[in-house]
Ligand binder design. Structure first.
Ligand code: C2E
Ligand code: MG
Ligand code: MG
Length: 578
């Protein structure tokens, strides 16, 4: 195109071009060297508020950009945020100086990037701020700490506290997630009170917070501050008509005493927090080097547990559940055992919680079931072919529909699901996680029996029993020990017994160790079944196989062997009367 063609344009062509410029979807302005607007198309008029949509359009930024671009003699790109009432409009504008017909002019083209901008902001917020509490994220506090470390003029000290809400999982399970979330919000408010502008509180995951206190003068000052913070947390929270109590465990590391990088300081604060968790919770402590050794030892246990699962170094011991009126074995319970690196057999107390924390417990349960299936002939020969077989399932597993579905499938695949009973603690039943309504029916359909394990130790009350549908209730050993000497336990036992009877649940006494306990149960209660060292300790089937050739005699001896020493006084029963 040359000047001739342009000047030769017809009137019609010119007005056609003018209309196109006017209606361009991008905002277009032309200014002269003084910033005076020579041309404003419709989109630009709307963007600048010159279309009557705003009272007084603010053209100052546009004129300033003009001055800059013209004096620089090159294109300038600017981002302008215009506020129209509460709404924000963001324009991305390219200002290009041109010489046209001997005049210095500035052509500016703007596009509206409000939507992209809002989206970017949202991304930014979610990367740097926690959505639930509005607190800065881990990246922000890490950045702040790194800044302090980098500019640490004169070795200014600071403290990093790692806070973890105690039993948060329980609270979540028991009250439901909305209450758990609300609790975290309220907690973060209480934690954030009394902070200085130079301090920072951050939520780094689920129920974990990091608190940066900077600057600090002394360890004592930090200890005092944390103490008063923790005290503030002990008052109950009122959420959704519930009174929720929460405590928090805190581990603290100091810079420069306990590390010179954010990661080390955070780790050491975490290690100190872990110490508190194991020693009563709800307190704060500072890191010290002895804790480091502890943490290393724990790592070793973790590693060996992972390895044991990988190498399937697990086996099952079986304990019989006995009819105390006839001595017949009614069922058996599979109790998992771990063969550690040195070949020593470990009871679940030493590893089951850790397996839960490390996410290894589901695999463990499947291993237990596989071992039962593998040994089913031996089980039948030893205990009888119609004994029930009980498997323990942790409350955490019980609330996980995915695992429970796979477990139900595995039970079904054995071909004899009706032989099984599933033992779950009462917490699983009262948790608001659909266990009763959705998960249990799956097992009922297969004919799997449901048992409430360790009853009396959990969070539920006796009245909660009424809402629980189970076939069996196992009364915790703590009530059975010395039952004949403890009137209070006797009263509780009577209450559980009559309630269970009304609800059609079989009662099993756990941890029966002495003849006196047995005699009491026989004489003063209607309880039919018991499990405990008195009848049999948990035994390994292989050992049994080695000791005695399998026969019907061997079957009887399992239940009665330990009793024989007690036989004497046994039939003479006792003086208890109902
Ligand atoms: P539990 O299900 O209540 O099992 C009964 C525990 O009491 C067993 O401990 C058993 O050896 C012990 N016991 C039985 N009779 C007596 C007695 O007369 N006196 C005393 N002092 N103790 C007795 P164990 O085998 O150490 O298991 C502890 C817990 O570990 C079990 O308690 C159960 O909750 C859990 N557990 C065991 N196996 C598994 C498993 O495969 N999966 C899961 N999730 N948990 C398991
Ligand atoms: Mg059990
Ligand atoms: Mg139990």
């Amino acid at each position: 195109m040359n000047d001739n063609t342009y000047s030769g344009a017809t009137e019609a062509e010119l007005s056609f071009l003018k209309e196109i410029v006017r209606m361009l979807p991008a905002g277009l302005t032309v200014q002269d060297a003084h910033g005076e607007l020579l041309l404003v198309n419709d989109a630009a008029a709307a963007q600048l508020g010159m279309d009557g949509s705003r009272h007084s359009p603010d053209l100052a930024p546009r004129q300033e950009a003009c001055r800059q671009a013209l004096s620089a003699g090159q294109a300038v790109v600017t981002e302008e945020a215009l506020h129209v009432g509460a709404a924000r409009q963001v324009l991305l504008t390219t200002h290009r100086p041109v010489r046209l017909a001997g005049r210095e002019l500035l052509i500016s083209a703007s596009s509206d990037i409000t939507e992209q901008k809002n989206f970017e902001d949202q991304l930014f917020r979610s990367a740097y701020f926690d959505e639930l509490t509005g607190l800065p994220s881990r990246r922000v506090i890490e950045h702040r700490a790194n800044n302090l470390l980098a500019t640490g003029h004169g070795g200014e000290r600071f403290a990093l506290a790692f806070l973890d809400v105690d039993n948060f999982k329980h609270i979540n399970d028991y009250y439901g997630h909305p209450v758990g979330d609300a609790l975290l919000v309220e907690l973060s408010k209480r934690l954030g009170r009394d902070l200085r502008d130079s301090d920072m509180l951050s939520r780094i995951s689920g129920d974990e917070f990091l608190l940066l206190l900077s600057p600090i003068q002394s360890q004592e000052e930090v200890a005092e501050f944390m103490q008063s913070t923790l005290e503030r947390l002990t008052a109950p929270f009122f959420i959704d008509n519930s009174e929720v109590f929460a405590s928090t465990s805190v581990g603290i590391s100091l810079y420069p005493d306990h590390g010179s990088s954010f990661e080390t300081l955070r780790q050491n604060a975490d290690i100190a927090m872990y110490r508190i968790k194991n020693n009563g919770k709800g307190l704060a402590t500072f890191f010290d080097t002895s804790m480091e050794r502890e943490a290393q030892a724990r790592m070793k246990v973790e590693q060996s547990l992972r390895l044991a699962i990988l190498e399937k170094r697990f086996c099952c011991a079986f304990q019989s559940k006995v009819d105390i009126r006839t001595q017949a074995v009614k069922g058996i319970e599979a109790l998992v055992r771990l063969r550690d690196d040195e070949g020593v057999i470990q009871a679940p107390g030493s590893f089951i919680n850790l397996a839960g924390e490390l996410g290894l417990i589901d695999e463990l349960t499947h291993l237990v079931l596989a071992e039962i299936v593998k040994s089913i002939d031996l089980i039948n020969d030893t205990f009888g072919a119609d004994t029930t077989i009980s498997i323990n399932v942790a409350a955490k597993q019980a609330g996980n529909p995915e695992f429970m579905r796979s477990f139900a499938r595995a039970l079904d695949d054995t071909g004899f699901p009706q032989r099984f009973m599933m033992e779950v603690t009462e917490d699983a039943f009262v948790a608001k996680n659909h266990f009763q309504a959705e998960i249990l029916p799956m097992f009922r359909k297969l004919g799997v029996g449901i048992s409430i394990d360790d009853f009396g130790t959990g969070y539920s009350s006796l009245s909660a029993l009424a809402d629980i549908t189970a076939d069996e209730i196992k009364i915790d050993r703590s009530f059975i020990t010395d039952i004949h000497k403890r009137p209070r336990s006797q009263g509780i036992l009577r209450a559980i017994e009559s309630l269970s009877e009304a609800l059609g649940m079989t009662v099993v006494a756990e941890g029966l160790e002495s003849y006196e306990e047995l005699a009491y149960l026989q004489a003063a209660t209607k309880i039919r079944y018991a499990q405990g060292y008195y009848f049999s300790r948990p035994i390994f089937l292989e050992e049994l196989k080695l000791a005695t050739p399998v026969s019907s005699e061997a079957r009887v001896s399992v239940a009665s062997r330990p009793m024989q020493q007690n036989r004497q006084g046994y039939s003479r029963a006792s003086g208890y009367r109902r």
